[in-house]
Write a protein that binds this ligand. Sequence first.
Ligand SMILES: [Zn+2]
Length: 499
Amino acid sequence: MTTVRLVKPSELDGDVLVIGTVPGPRKGSAVFSPGKANIAPAAVKKINEALAASGASGKVGELVSFLGAAAGLRYTTVHAIGLGATEMNTRERYDALRDGAGVALRASAGAKKVVFAAPICSAEAVLAASVGAQLGAYQFNAYKSSAPKKGPAKAVALVVPDPRDPQSRAALNSSNTVADNVCFARDLINTPAADLHPDDLAQTVAARATELGLDVEILDEEQLVEGGYGGIVGVGQGAADPPRLARIAYRPKGAKKHVALIGKGITYDTGGYDMKPAMSMGPMKGDMSGAAAVAATICAAAELGLKINVTAYLCIAENMVSGTATRPADVLTMYNGKTVEVNNTDAEGRLVMADGLARSAEDNPDVVFDVATLTGAMVVALGDQTAGYFANDDELAADLDTAAKQAGEPFWRMPLLEHLRPSLDSTVADLSNIGGRMGGSISAALFLREFIPNGVKWAHLDIAGPALNGNAPYGVVGKGGAGFAVRTLLRYLDGAAQS
Ligand SMILES: [Zn+2]
């Protein structure tokens, strides 16, 4: 991984320079915002000339690159990231720094040492830039037969006013833990399903969690049958590699609150007998992104030493077709005793999640989050960069919104519309696993709600859009697994631990 260090304003040695730009006095122009970096006035003047020649405007999200020589500097390349008209130490500025660092570091592949000299004047800015740089630099090269010529930039030097400032150092440490765990989730998501069967996913996560001192329990297919986990068993019974339920518990001393995290871990989703068309099946190795997110979150929470009890459940199965697979119209009995008619075998996520949600109630958590690449309908509604969420409590929704904004992950609250609930009625069982086509992400959420005990605060995070990026890279997200929701959940846990 790319390592990040804090350096003094005078330590500017490196092969690539990243600077910040803001809109200039002339419309459509940009000027260099040198921050605290000791860049000689003559060089500042030359950089501004190079910016003018490049047509930079300084708007947020902009990346303009030119040769160091063009500005009379020793760097091979200078990347200028737009900070827009944002003020120092505002949420908008942190977002611009984080996403700009992501874009600049992706463009810096192959570099030895990137000097990041966009203005950083607070611990929060250190966190934003460092997380952005590490996530932007991330590459998944496990299946390349030789190391790519332009691997992730080796090191980043973040120019700060005082590298010894304790708050900045603490922020740097946090950023390393956060980025490391998001990349752990990305690695899991990017691994092909042939190399990440249900037991592989459970064991890989268990190994990491155990190393951190967390309690791990994995139920195998026999224990799942015995325990009455009809949803997980029913979805996994068509695959050669049987399903698992992993439970991970983090119990720090002095913690008062308890949050349960339930993750959808479909290691591959063919759709089952209601098979997906070829176009939709390709990305389905990423259908375990929810499980990867909750695993990464609980591991990071432990590494960060957050004072809050967390229990994570990874509901893991492979949704395949075979002589033993669940058929359309089969009836499953879920962990809480409710019966479900499987009217669409591709609506399998809610079946495994229902068991995990019902089981988590036995831990008596104060708050339950579930994270799932649940519905294509959510991608239709919000596009591929934003997650939709549902909550049965307004205070929880407000806290989640705050956490998402701090983390810089786009979430949008969706309504639990009661008039769609009858679409889940079944003539033969307590529930059908699929509602109507219209409002499909809402009926999916209403289905999950059936497995939340009364009085428990709950939010359902449908991350089907942003979990795995098949389009052009943006911000801190490259191609492939995004590790989405980890940073938001960590912010939420941090806030809940302190309140
Ligand atoms: Zn499915």
